[in-house]
Design a protein around this ligand. Structure first.
Ligand SMILES: [Zn+2]
Length: 341
């Protein structure tokens, strides 16, 4: 009997060591210590042995059972460790792998440029004003010193909605509305969409965007305008940009100027972008005509100011140098994605 039990223990011990999964080990446990296992059966039959042999045989069998139970526990912990390691390996995430790209929207390049301009002027203490796109003739023309019969009012330039009502041809009427609504000092910019009766081509669009600026305060001169716009040009196009003023004519400013900025590409030496002149036209501006102040109810003996207006498309073009204005409105992502925001 002794030899048989030794063999049983040896066989059971090897089966326990050979099990590499929890399931296999459970099978071994049932085979070795289960209700029908040889060891269990032998323990049950001890009662049938002669009384003199019962003690020694029972102790022997029990010792074997205790050792096998201990071996099962040890093996079970080892197998659990192995399985945990395998699962961690299988579920491992390589954080260095490139992720799947998540498509995300962005701001249109025109919105980016408009916001940049707004940030620059808000930093200078200006407020942002908005006005209606369907505008009264009074604010679009008359209040800005544009007389009846001026070519800008004609049906070839302006889109009329009805008698005395048009789609605004510039953002300047917001200036006129601002002056009516508040007392000076005024430091305001008016960004927005404007409409002209134009056929779309590489440089024209019937709908485009402007930012208008107006300052009215005591003692404002052309020098204040120049200093302000030089600062803005450098913020937009980089340090070292020079500006120059050329005389021009607008009905609502006197004197009127056009502002050129030194070419950001060639630095003034002359290139294709600046058509060899070294300068690029940026905007129109001037000292507010006393008539415009009077129409708004401001005393031109006390108050003076300057105004300027620039096309947002033009600024975007000067910053990025794309070849055709229409690219801005065609919603072609291959174009727009080149200006991530
Ligand atoms: Zn140039």
């Amino acid at each position: 009997m002794s030899t048989a039990i030794d063999e049983l223990e040896t066989g059971a011990t090897s089966a326990i060591s050979a099990a590499t999964t929890s399931a296999a080990l459970e099978d071994v446990r049932v085979a070795v210590l289960g209700r029908s296992a040889p060891l269990t059966l032998q323990l049950r039959e001890i009662g049938q042995l002669p009384p003199a042999e019962r003690g020694a045989a029972g102790k022997r069998l029990n010792d074997v059972r205790v050792r096998l139970e201990a071996a099962l526990t040890t093996r079970s912990e080892h197998v659990a460790g192995l399985e945990l390691e395998q699962r961690l390996m299988a579920e491992r995430v390589d954080v260095t792998l490139p992720g799947a790209p998540v498509p995300s929207g962005g701001l249109h390049v025109l919105t980016q440029v408009r916001r940049q301009l707004e940030d620059i002027f808000v930093g200078l203490g200006y407020t942002v004003a908005e006005g209606p796109e369907i505008e009264l003739e009074h604010y679009n023309f008359t209040a800005l010193n544009i007389p009846d019969g001026h070519p800008a009012k004609g049906e070839t330039d302006t889109l009329w909605v009805g008698p005395g009502v048009c789609l605004r041809t510039h953002t300047s009427p917001v200036q006129a509305r601002t002056m009516v609504a508040q007392e000076p000092p005024v430091y305001v910019i008016c960004p927005g969409r404007v409409y002209r009766r134009d056929t779309p081509d590489a440089t024209h669009s019937p709908i485009f965007h402007q930012i208008e600026g107006l300052v009215v305060d005591r003692g404002i001169t052309l020098a204040d305008l120049k200093g302000t716009l030089q600062y803005v040009a450098r913020r937009l196009f980089g340090d070292g940009r020079e500006i120059r003023l050329r005389t021009s004519y607008f009905p609502f400013t006197e004197p009127s100027v056009e502002l050129d900025v030194s070419c950001f590409l060639c630095g003034g030496a002359g290139c294709g972008v600046c058509k060899g002149s070294g300068w690029i036209e940026m905007l129109g501006a001037g000292v507010v005509d006393p008539n415009v102040l009077t129409i708004a109810g401001y005393d031109p003996e006390v108050w003076s100011g300057f105004a300027f207006g620039m096309g947002i498309e033009r600024i975007a073009f000067l910053k990025h140098g794309f070849p055709d204005l229409r690219l801005l409105y065609e919603n072609d992502l291959r174009f727009l994605e080149q200006f991530p925001a």
